[in-house]
Design a protein around this ligand. Structure first.
Ligand code: URA
Length: 222
């Protein structure tokens, strides 16, 4: 059994990938084709987090490679970046059969992997793709109210900036939501600049000593 201590002791994303490949913490390993741990730059400034792999992702072993993924890639490239400049992951590392919603127990089983990925990458900005991934972190927030507005909270022992966006799959065929998502997406570089400015002027906003990792102490609009 892969327990949380083993996951917390992973030193690199490659270590985590090895654990995910052997994972039986929930039953999704029985129906998966490939593992979908996440992809991108271990030192990325921006980490995108979606909900769960779909059919294409399960077949290719890479997050966001289907229609929603193409749209996400297009928006990343519109910023002048490549997919390999950022890190892309999901709350779940294995596909729920027939794209059903993840069970809470499956998301709980996968949660230590995501937390460790975040600790290793230590992104400046975490971007939620859709309300399900945001709800895993902040169950009381409503995406219709907070989308496109960066906010800062204490998470995993550091002052972390988050941004919630509508899910590319939801926005793909909804003109209004598509425009909103594209508009929100364009704010990312400015948010990164702002984080740099604040970090330079307030050293206390930098990462601090780890505290209880489950604790989210501070809610401050950014
Ligand atoms: N939707 C997600 O949330 N994740 C993927 O990887 C693909 C589609």
């Amino acid at each position: 059994m892969i327990d949380e201590t083993l996951i917390n002791n992973a030193k690199s994303l490659a270590d985590l990938e090895d654990l995910i490949a052997k994972c039986e913490r929930c039953l999704l390993y029985k129906t998966k084709t490939k593992d979908v741990p996440g992809i991108g730059n271990e030192h990325a400034e921006v980490m995108f987090i979606g909900e769960a792999p779909g059919k294409d992702e399960d077949l290719q072993g890479e997050p966001f490679v289907g229609a929603a993924g193409k749209f996400l890639t297009e928006m990343i490239e519109d910023l002048g970046w490549k997919r390999s400049d950022v890190y892309i992951a999901n709350v779940l590392k294995h596909r729920p059969p027939n794209n059903r919603d993840p069970e809470p127990s499956e998301a709980d089983a996968c949660w230590p992997y995501l937390k460790r990925q975040i600790e290793i990458i230590s992104p400046k900005l975490i971007v939620f793709l859709g309300r399900h991934s945001m709800a895993r972190f902040f169950p009381t927030l409503q995406i219709s109210k907070v989308h496109g507005q960066a906010f800062r909270k204490e998470f995993l022992g550091k002052s972390q900036v988050f941004l919630a966006l509508y899910h590319p799959a939801a926005a793909l065929y909804n003109g209004g939501m598509r425009d909103t998502l594209k508009n929100d997406f364009q704010k990312i570089p400015k948010i990164l600049d702002k984080i740099d400015e604040i970090t330079a002027s307030k050293p206390s906003e930098k990462a601090t000593t780890p505290t209880n990792t489950e604790q989210i102490k501070q809610e401050k609009l950014f």
